[in-house]
Design a protein around this ligand. Structure first.
Ligand code: SER
Length: 753
């Protein structure tokens, strides 16, 4: 006891009041949610040397297995798997802390059905997390967590329980006794250190990907000297998990087997909502300052009884559940719409539509609220979540979707009533009748959510082979020759030749020194002028000429980038060995067509912004040799072609240069938040030299097209010749997709007009 007192005094000296989290400064209600979040970030940043990062968007980038970002670790998956490009900013991280926006409403981690029934599951929540990438491991992770909870937040130790992985014989995994012993050494009594099986204490992001044993910290809301070990992991609202510390050691492969990761990492996640509940001495997340203002706004909007926090049978007519559902769902809607996910008909959009409709049903059927209640909550949510986005737009999207849903519900109701009137009392209700629940199920099935989550496996290097390449110090591919082209005397593009050495071959998930004739394989070279698919630009095709007696040509079907290695997919025409020399021939016509369309995409983006203002944000693009596709979030489309054509006519120089990422981030108007960028990063600027952009950043970036881009571009805009928009389609409310063609194709389209 005396020792604990001394330790606390020492910590109070070292960790002064500015943590903002000393109970003496909180007042009786405990710290505000904002103070809790700030104290977490500061603790890891200032005390334990972590780098603080902003939250990523909830829209997953480049991960076909995910509908939404569902954990803080999603954006770091390439680090865990070792697929990160060694030159990228991501690869430099060792210790990181942030608060990540997460949505768990689809896929492996889906809490949708629990939301509203209990007081601690949410479709959207904030996850406080600290990470070690090949740096500290179990011991430091546990002791930092314990220090934060018990010394900084001053949570009574006797209310905390920790769990560890109890092993799994079918996977040949032993119990994590190391973790158990760490907790015991930290002074947690043995009766509070509990083993649990795979289901509870082995964390996996999805069906495949990085995973490992975890240790969780649970809090007993009742306390009072009792031992609540029997309630841990039993779904009791009294004993709730607050923090999960995952020790990333494996990668789960498609076949289900576990492969050890090249490095050990730590991934922790603590739900801000649950932590705030503990620190504000509440029993329900909905009683904290994160939800109370929204519940008040719901009450003001619909009248009727106030929220009383009742659950289960005590909650007559599910009125309290309705309050919780609406408060939870409107937060999710605001966050998703802000990040560019709109209610729609497939994937994450379909899930969001379902969330919106669930909220509307509770508003209208249980709370008897007038239409528009949901959207009226947006300002409160936006204020409390400090989302910097178009309030009006979010509210419009919610209102339009609500109106459409209410009218289809009404139609459905009328049909059901008619059907019931025509039925004999003994007849079964016909399966085809459109009750809303049936419509939901039907829609889900029709859009194959499950199937979509499993799609997208590609011929990338497996984790094991990648680790082997790195550990054998095989240098990553020098792909700078992809930019080696110039304009010839007559304005034609001249691509420099490129010769390379085969470093390794990849086949059947293993690295090989040799492949025989007729075998499909990935060829890893020391250098290449092939463009690997990335940044929305399709990969090059072409040939490798095997320099030998015959100079045999191997067609290159596609090219991928993985962990800095460029993989050329070929079917070997004859035996190919590590050390062989090859001459590289990119299909220049296809490459040039891609370059034209990529430069044209920048022109289109610039023209849209120029005409429609800064709210026009690119939502995605895809550039191939045949056409370019561009998704953007605005409804108007006028004068755009004209602006593009003017820039084409001016034959502006396309300036391209690599600059340090920190410098590029200072250029206003360049979005650098959610993407993974190499350092140095490439800037592509139309008409204005990159140096001028860096010096007069805001001016230049506003008046021309300036983008961070790794694509291959024309050297002057004139070669685009022409651009014609051949279709514009609304994908979802507020997002349109434009398909355009360039050059001769564009001219033909114009002739037909
Ligand atoms: N990835 C783990 C989780 O989501 C810990 O952050 O629970």
């Amino acid at each position: 006891m005396a020792a604990a007192g001394r330790l606390r005094r020492r910590l109070l000296l070292v960790v002064p009041w500015h943590w903002g989290c000393s109970p003496r400064r909180w007042g009786t209600g405990g710290p505000a949610a904002g103070q809790v979040r700030a104290a977490f970030l500061r603790f890891f940043q200032e005390r334990h040397g972590h780098r603080r990062l902003p939250s990523a968007s909830v829209r997953p980038r480049g991960d076909p297995h995910l509908l939404f970002v569902n954990a803080g670790m999603n954006q770091f998956k390439p680090i865990f798997l070792g697929t990160v490009h060694p030159r990228s900013e991501l690869a430099q991280y060792k210790r990181v802390v942030n608060s990540q926006k997460c949505v768990r409403a689809g896929g492996k981690h889906n809490d949708l059905e629990d939301v509203g029934r209990d007081t601690y599951h949410h479709t959207f929540f904030e996850m406080l997390g600290n990470w070690s990438f090949g740096d500290y491991f179990k011991e430091e992770a546990c002791s930092m967590a314990w220090e934060l909870l018990t010394e900084v937040y001053e949570i009574p130790k006797d209310r905390l329980y920790v769990t560890y992985f109890g092993g799994d014989s079918s996977l040949g995994l032993n119990a994590d006794e190391e973790c158990r012993d760490i907790w015991l050494c930290l002074g947690v009594p043995a009766s509070h250190v509990l083993p649990f099986p795979l289901k509870d204490n082995f964390w996996e992001m999805g069906d495949t990907g990085p995973c490992g044993p975890c240790t969780e910290i649970h809090y007993d809301h009742v306390g009072g000297g009792r031992n609540a070990a029997a309630l841990v992991n039993q779904g009791s609202p009294d004993v709730v998990e607050i923090w999960n510390l995952v020790f990333m050691q494996y990668s789960r492969e498609v076949e289900g087997n576990l492969i050890p990761l090249p490095q050990h990492h730590v991934d922790t996640g603590m739900g801000l909502e649950r932590l705030v509940t503990v620190l504000q001495n509440k029993h329900s997340n909905y009683d904290t300052d994160l939800f109370a203002p929204i519940l008040d706004a719901i009450h003001k909007g619909c009248g009727g009884p106030r929220y009383q926090g009742l659950v289960g049978e005590a909650d007559i007519g599910a009125v309290n559940m309705a309050y919780r559902v609406v408060a939870d769902h409107v937060r999710t809607l605001c966050v998703c719409i802000t990040d560019g996910i709109y209610p729609g008909l497939s994937g994450a959009e379909l899930v969001l539509r379902r969330i919106l409709r669930r909220a509307v049903r509770f508003c209208s059927e249980v709370l008897h609220a007038p239409p528009g209640l949901l959207a009226s909550l947006v300002p409160t949510v936006v204020l409390w979540l400090t989302l910097l986005l178009f309030l009006g737009e979010i509210a419009d999207i919610i209102n339009e979707n609500e109106a459409a849903f209410l009218s289809s519900l009404e139609r459905g109701r009328r049909i059901i009533e008619r059907t019931v009137q025509q039925m004999e009392p003994s007849m079964d209700f016909p399966g085809e009748s459109p009750s809303s629940a049936w419509l939901y199920l039907k829609m889900r099935k029709a859009h194959g959510l499950q199937a979509r989550q499993l799609e997208g496996e590609n011929v990338h290097l497996d984790v094991h082979s990648l680790a082997q390449l790195h550990s054998n110090n095989v240098p990553v591919t020098d792909d700078s020759p992809k930019y080696a082209y110039t304009l010839g005397q007559h304005g034609q593009y001249e691509f420099s030749p490129c010769q390379a050495t085969v470093l390794m071959l990849y086949r059947d998930q293993s690295l090989q020194e040799e492949v025989g004739a007729g075998q499909r394989c990935g060829v890893i070279l020391d250098r290449t002028n092939f463009y690997a698919e990335q940044g929305g630009q399709a990969s090059d095709r072409g040939y490798l000429m095997h320099l030998g007696q015959q100079d045999t040509l191997f067609p290159v079907e596609s090219v991928h980038l993985c962990g800095g290695y460029v993989i050329h997919e070929v079917t070997a025409v004859e035996t190919l060995r590590a050390g062989d020399q090859v001459q590289l021939f990119v299909d220049e016509a296809q490459r040039l067509a891609c370059m034209i369309n990529h430069t044209a995409t920048h022109l289109l983006s610039f023209a849209l912004r120029h005409i429609l203002g800064d709210n026009t944000e690119q939502q995605g693009s895809h550039v191939t040799a045949e056409r370019l596709r561009f998704d953007f979030n605005t409804k108007h489309l006028q004068q755009v072609e004209q602006v593009v054509q003017e820039v084409i006519k001016r034959n502006e120089v396309v300036h391209m240069a690599e600059v340090p990422l920190t410098l590029a981030r200072r250029v206003q108007g360049l979005r650098t938040v959610d993407e993974e960028y190499p350092d140095p990063v490439r800037i592509v600027s139309l008409g204005v030299p990159v140096e001028s952009v860096l010096i007069h950043d805001s001016e230049a970036a506003m008046h021309t097209s300036v983008e961070l881009c790794c694509g291959t571009h024309l050297l002057q805009t004139g070669a685009v010749e022409d651009l014609a928009i051949i279709s514009e389609r609304q994908l979802a409310k507020g997002i349109s997709r434009v398909i355009a063609v360039t050059g001769g194709q564009a001219k033909q389209v114009r002739k037909k007009d």
